[in-house]
Ligand binder design. Structure first.
Ligand SMILES: Cc1cc2nc3c(=O)[nH]c(=O)nc-3n(C[C@H](O)[C@H](O)[C@H](O)COP(=O)(O)OP(=O)(O)OC[C@H]3O[C@@H](n4cnc5c(N)ncnc54)[C@H](O)[C@@H]3O)c2cc1C
Length: 414
């Protein structure tokens, strides 16, 4: 695989761009792999990449029922942050952010990470107290956070309205937070994994599992049966459906989460702004679109389209913060099926079925965790025991009760 570089860009431009190779090989399924990963989203692809790159396990297939990145990894609002409350979450998400910080170079693919700062707003004395507690815990976890007064916020985000029905009293910022380009993350991992020998198989749905003596031995797919030494489930909103096929019941609720963008405008917003009280988060993409996200639709669904009431509520909330955006036209709206757990933390690691691993429950916030999730899952599969960073996120915690309840600390408390 040729390296991407500025000299190559110039050379190809002069040759009419005829020398570019395909970004990845479209593979046909082989009868047997050491590891089969179900789900070609960011987490599945990153797991495959790190299995090959760090552990030398290259007889790996990623099986995707649609196209790579067609699930939530290509539908999110691209927010990166590691401003979590509990030490276990901080450690995992900051590991991921640190990998993100070197990802462009690692993958030789520009993931367009822009650490423009992520501002969390507080709209009441009570919220201000919670924000202080949250920011202090982030600092104690060794991660950057800085408290902001209302005047600081106005200086940083001049278009913001401090005096709406929900006046802004202050907040805090994680300067290392920001956004990146979700498609580039998916394509970069796909390209890297494919170059290392991983088979990427699209338009192939897993329809069942082969098991023998309590151990998974392969998968049934729409393109035939495949034997596997280990199987990793990374199917986000479809986790409970797939796990059900293997005889496992997961504490996961699948809901629709939607997002939208306005028509592109010149740069007006150079921070990511989050308000849990009005329930919206807003950023401006590199193309100039204002990107809006809000709450999940409040019923179970596998539909990848959102409802009108939540769309309206998100727009309403955004206009509380930025009244001038009322002049913008909405360009696109879309949604994904997110996998929400009772404590809004992921489920990662081994399962009661031997050889079957799980990486799911990322819900509304797993994009930022793609490098960290992939890295720790690859180490887990290679060693056959959980990577230390994911021990607190085992499925077992729903039996023991030792939950990592990030619900209250999440940027937008879905
Ligand atoms: C609107 C929206 C906004 C979001 N915003 C953010 C954000 O700003 N920041 C953040 O960190 N997170 C965000 N998220 C969450 C984030 O996108 C997800 O947590 C993350 O992308 C999950 O990645 P994944 O690889 O686990 O799943 P996915 O990318 O969904 O990949 C799972 C794949 O499994 C495939 N699959 C399903 N069933 C089968 C089968 N039977 N056989 C084979 N393949 C199958 C699917 O087709 C899919 O491609 C957002 C999500 C949405 C929907």
């Amino acid at each position: 695989m040729g390296r991407y570089s500025f000299p190559r860009l110039v050379r190809e431009a002069l040759r009419g761009n005829r020398g570019w190779e395909a970004v990845w090989r479209d593979a046909r399924p082989q009868p047997r792999y050491d590891v089969v990963i179900v789900g070609g989203g960011g987490h599945g692809l990153a797991t495959a990449y790190y299995l090959a790159r760090k552990h030398g396990i290259t007889r790996v297939a990623v099986i995707e029922r649609g196209w790579l990145g067609g699930g939530n990894s290509g539908r999110n609002t691209q927010v990166n942050r590691s401003n979590y409350f509990y030490p276990a979450s901080s450690a995992l998400y900051d590991h991921s952010l640190r990998l993100f910080e070197g990802l462009g170079r690692e993958l030789n693919f520009n993931v367009m990470l822009s650490q423009r700062g992520l501002v969390v707003l507080a709209h009441s004395e009570h919220e201000l107290e919670l924000a202080r507690r949250w920011a202090n815990s982030i600092l104690m976890n060794g991660i950057d956070a800085r408290f902001l007064s209302a005047a600081d916020i106005k200086r940083r985000v001049p278009l913001i309205n401090l005096h709406s029905r929900h006046p802004i009293l202050g907040g805090f910022v994680q300067e290392r937070g920001g956004i990146s380009r979700h498609d580039a993350v998916v394509w970069g991992y796909a390209r890297g994994a494919s170059a290392l020998g991983v088979d990427l198989i699209q338009n192939c749905a897993v329809t069942g599992f082969r098991q023998s003596g309590g151990r998974v031995t392969g998968v049934e797919t729409t393109q035939g049966a495949i034997e596997a030494g280990s199987v990793v489930l990374s199917v986000a909103g479809h986790s409970s459906v797939l796990a059900g096929m293997a005889g496992l019941r997961l504490p996961i609720t699948t809901m629709t989460l939607q997002a939208m963008v306005t028509e592109p405008i010149k740069p007006v917003l150079d921070s990511v702004v989050i308000s849990a009280a009005v329930h919206a988060y807003v950023s401006q993409s590199d193309r100039g679109e204002i990107v809006l996200g809000g709450g999940a639709d409040v019923y179970n669904s596998y539909a990848q389209r959102g409802n009108l009431p939540v769309l309206r509520a998100t727009i309403q909330a955004t206009l509380e913060l930025f009244p001038s955006f009322s002049r913008l036209r909405l360009l696109r709206q879309w949604a994904g099926a997110v996998d929400v757990t009772p404590d809004t933390s992921p489920i990662m690691g081994l399962t009661p079925v031997q050889g079957l691993y799980i990486n799911c429950g990322w819900g509304t916030g797993g994009y930022k965790a793609i490098p960290g999730g992939g890295d720790t899952m690859a180490a887990t599969v290679a060693a056959g025991r959980p990577h230390p960073l994911i021990v607190p996120f085992a499925l077992e915690r729903f039996r023991t009760g030792s939950l990592v309840d990030e619900g209250a600390a999440a940027g937008v408390a879905h």
